[in-house]
Write a protein that binds this ligand. Sequence first.
Ligand code: GLY
Length: 293
Amino acid sequence: MNPIILVHGGAWDIPDDLVESHLKGVTEAITRGKKALPHSALDAVEDAITCLEDDPTFDAGTGSFLNRDGMVELDAVITEGNSLRAGAVGAVKRIKNPIRAARIVMEHCDTVFLTGEGAERFAAHQGVPLCDNRDLVIEREIKRWEGLARQNKPAEDFFKHGTVGAVAVDKEGTLVAGTSTGGTPCKQPGRIGDSPILGAGTYATDTCAVSCTGWGEAIMKAGMAKTIADFVDRGLKAQEAVKKSVEILRDRFSGYGGAIVVTREGDYGSAYNTPRMARAVYAESMKKPEASI
Ligand code: GLY
């Protein structure tokens, strides 16, 4: 087995002045994730996503878009394809690293998906410290939120950074996918996007692991992550599978975004139908991680 990890930091119209911070962010995340990679794809994905959640460059964890009430509201999932285990949290407001909470749900809860106050209570009971929502809010997002209310433009026009995710295969061939997001700018409170929904924004089987990014409503309708996995199972190369799904997202669902995929054999790919997608890859056969946007 050739262990591999891929991360993404969102597929959107990332402006020129944010290119450097995005490349730095995905490089740091993959550097963090690869430390655990040879032995544990699960730790690698969790660590990489935690790093992205802590970086306000991205729409996940601290610095996420604000909802209509001016609050951060977060969704995250982690899933291990070989064992078909999964855990997710949705619409949580007091968890700094929802990907860690998602893993706790996967490992300690008898259900797969917890939302809101119930998810927070479960995480706290398992030892996750709860934060104040204001700890997750940054000045840049308050300004964006005020602009959105004032200018009466579609929320898409304010989408300049995005959801984060990671996929990995370790030396045992264990496949893991995870995704974390603050959702869309000025979203309806309580709205949950594609990211934490298995088969929509995230999916893993014993043949591949997938994480998507983009406008969640279209990605959910497309069942995009499952579509990519099905294409891989039907024999498509990883790059063909992800490219075809991104085309379907645009042509059939009028959606935009992107995705990353890795297979058990170590084949991998990424594609997007937006101007840019921040991403990085590291395989044991490489000297160092490669980031691109
Ligand atoms: N893809 C992230 C979201 O729409 O919530």
